[in-house]
Ligand binder design. Structure first.
Ligand code: ADE
Length: 240
């Protein structure tokens, strides 16, 4: 009997101040992906890379100004520890509101091209800029708003990228429909009962005629995209 071996497809190293936040990934589909070794997650707490417990990880910015900056040394040492585990050629991403906007095309790119990804999560007013110059391959933002720290952005990136890996979603079609999300939005879905509060499931979906169902769904996808995200149709040269 041959045993199916599960291989880790992506190793994530998270360099951050609050590693407990990353524990939120243990639930649901991503929790299962960890258990089944599709992904592997190691956290590196910047606080444990100071030379003494009194030593702070943050300091005042040169030139003055509000807030504190994460110091170069403990952050560098945390990144080097992550690189030692994941490899020197790991992709290093810094999460910040100044980064390139993280969208589905980037999700697809990360999930199909990288095996070792290090995510650096900032806090306070930011990190010493020399870390970006010396270690960071790409700076990403998950949206045009400011979070209190990069840990929540790391959760978003790990969740969306892991869903794309073979075997993580029970149904391969679900991963494919995620990957097309920036082209056409999903058609509406219904489940039992067929009538509730005077609202009926569209009759085509009850017909059993799969050709008509496919046609209906394509038409609805186009209509919904035109209504909610018309710029996607323009971007992808589609029409209703
Ligand atoms: N850290 C703070 N705000 C952020 C954002 N919008 N995206 C990624 N990391 C962040």
């Amino acid at each position: 009997m041959s045993l199916k071996t599960n291989i880790v497809k992506i190793n994530f190293g998270i360099v951050c101040v609050f590693p407990d936040i990353i524990d939120a990934l243990k639930f649901g589909i991503i929790g299962k992906a960890i258990d089944n070794k599709h992904i592997n997650i190691n956290t590196y707490d910047i606080k444990s890379f100071t030379s003494s417990r009194k030593d702070r990880i943050d300091d005042k910015p040169y030139g003055g100004g509000p807030g504190m900056i994460i110091r170069y040394e403990p952050l560098r040492d945390a990144i080097l520890a992550a690189k030692e585990k994941l490899g020197n050629d790991s992709l290093v991403i810094y999460l910040s509101p100044q980064g390139r906007l993280f969208e589905q095309t980037m999700v697809n790119k990360l999930s199909s091209n990288y095996t070792n990804i290090i995510l650096i999560c900032g806090r306070y007013e930011g990190i010493d800029a020399r870390i970006i110059e010396n270690f960071v391959d790409i700076e990403l933002s998950i949206g045009n708003y400011v979070l209190s720290g990069g840990e929540f952005a790391a959760l978003v990136i790990i969740d969306s990228v892991s869903r794309q890996l073979d075997g993580v979603l029970g149904n391969k079609a679900s991963a494919i429909s995620d990957s097309l999300y920036d082209k056409l939005l999903e058609y509406p879905q219904y489940t039992r009962p067929a009538i509730i509060d005077n609202h009926k499931v569209p009759s085509t979906l009850l017909s059993g005629d799969h050709k008509s169902i496919d046609k209906w769904r394509t038409q609805k996808s186009l209509e919904i995209t035109k209504d909610k995200r018309p710029e996607l149709l323009q971007k992808n040269n589609l029409d209703t």
